[in-house]
Structures are given as structure tokens and as C-alpha cells.
Design a protein around this ligand. Structure first.
Ligand code: FES
Ligand SMILES: [Fe+2]
Length: 329
């Protein structure tokens, strides 16, 4: 599987790697083990042990006096360092490397990789800028979804599905795309979402509804193919909700959300956990609908506001070249 090869992928945020706890990640049909030692050094190797193939991610880490920690195989406990070398029981010297380490590009807490491919597009600086200015409030919505990558991307850039997939959550009746700025593999969408007018009965049941704006404005910024970001602003806080997408294999895709916040009031901190939970519910609904559709059904109906999906399709076909950005409106 080599779709979109040469694109960078954010395999993990540092917070997803507990110290000395190996974790499996998949990219393009290959499995890898990632781990972080006590010094904060992050390493990646193919997940199949070169002895007889046990999953290294099911093993453990062995902390050495210098703080480094090789990963130990759960089958026969051979220990592999970050270069893929081990010391065999009958020997005192490390072997030559037995595995090709996964190349990682680590920028602060962000762990990027191109897998085994030559880079064709660059890693944006935006995550470093956000991390410098905003407080990281957590990871949420992590799901492995049984869907091909294009179908996942189409869902994530579909501005109409809020009134279907997320109907009960937001009670949105109409979505208006106010502006779309097509800048090749980078785009902005400004969307106004009109919520259902609450009835008197709804208000009596839930007076909080009166405090909810009738129109939810959203600014979405997209980085093809690996990230979509929601910029949120309210009197209480500014929010950066960063959705990351990973093509695990031809049939499975991974999705997770990193949330960053700048509080404008002290009480904003109280809602962090609720925010993470809310986004988790949103992603659960997306995962649910993706499991209930016939992917690759020819599309015979076109709705308004599908420009985000058009943008995905065009870029998907032309990657790594952008053919004339022409979708701005
Ligand atoms: S399979 Fe890994 S040590 Fe034997
Ligand atoms: Fe969604």
C-alpha cells in the first residue's frame, strides 16, 4: 500500500508514549514499535522480532544505568536497542543491526515520520507554533477505523454531515459554507451552522439552551493529507482542535485529536475534561457512520458545500503535485 507516499504523518504525540512502555503504530500496512526511554529519547523499530516474529510492542523496556532502555521481546526476552542490535545470550557483544529502524522526525512533543519513503511534502510549522503558545490539554477521540484512507478523509472534510451523523449532539438544521480558500494542499473553510430553534418545551427542560448561540461559526484549516484543525474562540477560551489521520493499511485508518487551549478566564480550566469528552463523542459518531457505509459507491447526488470533499479528491489524485488550486469561493 503506497497511497500518498512521501507525505508526513504525525504518528504520535509524546504524551501517547508512557515512559518505557512500548506501543504499536501502523503505517502503510507495516507495524512498528515506538517507545520512549527514561531520558525522553524516542525510538522506533519494525514490530516483528527478527528471531521468530513476536510483536515487540507486547514486550517491555529494560532500563539501563545510563537511562537508555532497549525493548525486550515478550517471547524469548531478547533486548533490542534503538538501532535494532541485540546481545545474544552466548555473547557479550551486541550484534550488528538486525532491523531497519523507523526514521522519526521529532519536533518537541510531535513525532513525525514518512515511513520508509522519501519526503515529497514538508512538515508544517503550525504544530510547533501552537505548542509554544497554547496549553496542551490532552489526547482524545483515538480510534482505529475499518475504512480506507480516502473514505476517512472525505468524511473529515464533509461539511454537511453534522446534521446527520452528529444530529443529536449539535441539533444543526442547516450548514452554510461562507468561504473556502484553496491553497493547494492547505485550505481554510469558514462555516456557519444554524441550530434548530429550541421549542419552549426544550428550554424548560434545559434552560442552558438559551445560552447556546443560534449559529455556530467554525473556522476549519486543513493540511492535506494528515491533519484538519478547528479553530475555536469564545469569551472563555481559544481552542485548537487538531485532528490527525494515519493510513494504517489499505483497509484501516487511525484518527486522533490533540487539543490545545488558551484560557481567557479562570473557570475555563474547569471545562477541559468535558471538552475532551465531547470530542470523543463526536469521533465515536464519525467512526460509527464510517462502519455503516458502502465505500466506493459511485456518487450520484451532489450537495452544496461539498467543496471540502472535492478538495480532498483532487489532492488525493494529484499528490504530490497540486494541479492548479481552483476551488476557492
Ligand atoms: S521471538 Fe523475539 S526473542 Fe524470540
Ligand atoms: Fe464528523
Amino acid at each position: 500500500m503506497t497511497i500518498l507516499s512521501g507525505a508526513p504523518w504525525l504518528l504520535a504525540h509524546r504524551s501517547m508514549l508512557k515512559s518505557n512502555k512500548p506501543r504499536k503504530v501502523s503505517l502503510y500496512g507495516n507495524d512498528y514499535v515506538l517507545w520512549q526511554d527514561s531520558n525522553g529519547k524516542i525510538s522506533g523499530l519494525p514490530n516483528a522480532c527478527p528471531h521468530v516474529g513476536a510483536m515487540l510492542s507486547e514486550g517491555w523496556c529494560v532500563t539501563k544505568v545510563d537511562g537508555s532502555s532497549p525493548v525486550a521481546c515478550p517471547f524469548h526476552a531478547l533486548e533490542f536497542d534503538s538501532a535494532g542490535c541485540t546481545v545474544l545470550p552466548s555473547s557479550s557483544k551486541p550484534t550488528k543491526s538486525l532491523m531497519h529502524p523507523l526514521e522519526l522526525i521529532i519536533q518537541g512533543d510531535f513525532i513525525w515520520s514518512y515511513g520508509e519513503y522519501e519526503p515529497k511534502t514538508s512538515i508544517p510549522t503550525i504544530m510547533n507554533e501552537i505548542a509554544a503558545e497554547y496549553e496542551f490539554i490532552g489526547l482524545t477521540g483515538e480510534r482505529q477505523i475499518k475504512t480506507d484512507f480516502l473514505t476517512l478523509l472525505l468524511n473529515m472534510h464533509d461539511y454537511n454531515h453534522r446534521n446527520g451523523t452528529h444530529r443529536q449532539l449539535f441539533e444543526i438544521e442547516e450548514v452554510q459554507l461562507k468561504q473556502f480558500i484553496d491553497d493547494g494542499f492547505h485550505s481554510h473553510a469558514y462555516v456557519a451552522q444554524l441550530r434548530k430553534k429550541p421549542t419552549l418545551r426544550d428550554i424548560l427542560k434545559n434552560p442552558g439552551l438559551l445560552a447556546m448561540p443560534q449559529v455556530l461559526e467554525a473556522h476549519l484549516e486543513n493540511f492535506f493529507p494528515f491533519m484538519g484543525m478547528v479553530h475555536g474562540k469564545s469569551p472563555l477560551l481559544s481552542l485548537k482542535e487538531c485532528h490527525f489521520y494515519i493510513p494504517e493499511s489499505a483497509t484501516h485508518s487511525r484518527l486522533y485529536v490533540l487539543m490545545f487551549m488558551k484560557a481567557h478566564a479562570r473557570i475555563s480550566h474547569l471545562i477541559k475534561r468535558n471538552l475532551l469528552r465531547l470530542i470523543d463523542v463526536v469521533i465515536e459518531q464519525d467512526a460509527d457512520i464510517l462502519g455503516k457505509l458502502y465505500a466506493n459507491t459511485p456518487q450520484h447526488i451532489k450537495l452544496n458545500n461539498e467543496v471540502g470533499m472535492d478538495w480532498v479528491r483532487r489532492n488525493f489524485e494529484s499528490f504530490p503535485m497540486v494541479i492548479g488550486p481552483n476551488l476557492s469561493r
